[in-house]
Design a protein around this ligand. Structure first.
Ligand code: ADP
Ligand code: MG
Length: 317
């Protein structure tokens, strides 16, 4: 199979939302009237972000999901994506499953694949995603204000718990493994939440490196600190019941790969946010608030300040 056959067979689908899609030197795109573009790239590297033998369908899903998560965190409506892919060999069956996972999620969000690049090399998957947002409606990291409530969606730490199990740091029973490993392998980006938070949240970020690390980016950019209550963090039954309190805390506070949103909003909007949780059928939990005092303080169930070490994943630390 030639490179061009491969692209034609696996990565060429109709793109009615583009003036020109796959097949020329560039795609041609026109953003909707009155919208600006939100653009982000995320790369997954074999051995760093996933195991080489990972299920290709789930990898296709996750490659797009991590990028959609960035649009969600910005409050942007997904539109288009490009895919740069390095493959050790052209394995048709693998590519078919990978494309099926990627396009299944793309269709759910109305995303069109409009180009990319294909080369031989160590398995690497990189998507650039483009979405639209009205000017000034984007949920930026620098928008938090003092006294904002801090919220997170879904539950925290399940993906990290699955990874801890895979790495032999904890032994979970089969039901627990099944419950948390889908969080690791098949994250569902919170796109609808991001869109609904336009005009409601002051700031937002997606949790890819761990709550403390990612919340830290909001705080740094906004020139604020925060107080978080450990007892309020939303945990799945699987993580609460894992039986290792130290690991539980580390997963919840510093576990990456959850792809939930962390956002800040004024206290006056609490009831709207609670109604939003009900309408999206997605838990939204108030975990603390921003403070003028810099730094992030985590309080335990007794209200004592906890000492936090490594707060998130850093590829170069
Ligand atoms: P060029 O040499 O001009 O960069 P390529 O030969 O790399 O063009 O790609 C040919 C066409 O196929 C381009 O439109 C490109 O965007 C598209 N393409 C290449 N790889 C992919 C891919 N993995 N997914 C989607 N489109 C791709
Ligand atoms: Mg090229």
């Amino acid at each position: 199979m030639s490179e061009f056959d491969l692209i034609r067979r696996h990565f060429t689908r109709p793109t009615p939302g583009a003036m020109l899609g796959v097949g020329d030197d560039c795609a041609l795109l026109a953003p909707s009237a009155g919208q600006i573009l939100a653009v982000s790239t995320d790369m997954l590297v074999s051995g760093t972000h996933f195991f080489p033998e990972a299920d290709p369908f789930l990898l296709g899903h996750k490659t797009l999901a991590v990028n959609l998560s960035d649009l969600a965190a910005m409050g942007a409506q997904p539109r288009w994506a490009t895919l740069a892919i390095a493959l050790p060999q052209a394995d048709d069956a693998w590519l078919e499953r990978f494309a099926a996972g990627l396009f299944a999620l793309a269709e759910q969000h109305g995303v069109e694949l409009i180009g990319g690049d294909t080369t031989r090399g160590p398995l690497t998957l990189s998507v650039t995603i483009m979405g639209e947002v009205p000017p000034h409606a984007a949920l930026r990291r620098d928008g938090a204000r003092q006294g904002d409530d801090l919220w997170v969606s879904g539950t925290l730490g399940d993906a990290a718990l699955a990874l801890a199990h895979l790495q032999g740091r904890i032994v979970l029973d089969a039901a627990a493994v099944a419950a948390c490993s889908t969080r690791l392998h098949q994250p569902w980006p919170r796109v609808a939440l991001g869109l609904a938070l336009r005009g409601l949240a002051h700031s937002a970020i997606d949790i890819s490196d761990g709550l403390l690390a990612d919340l830290g980016h909001i705080l740094d950019r906004s020139g604020l600190g925060a107080e978080i209550d450990l007892a309020r963090l939303p945990l799945s039954a699987t993580l609460s019941g894992c039986g290792d309190e130290t690991l539980l805390q580390r997963c919840a506070l510093a576990g990456g790969d959850d792809y939930e949103l962390c956002f800040s909003a004024p206290a006056a909007r609490r009831s709207e946010i609670e109604r939003l949780a009900a309408s999206l059928d997605l838990p939204l939990t108030r975990i603390g608030q921003t403070t003028a005092r810099p730094g992030c303080t985590v309080r335990d169930a007794l209200g004592n300040e906890m000492r936090m070490e490594a707060s998130g994943y850093d590829h170069f630390a």
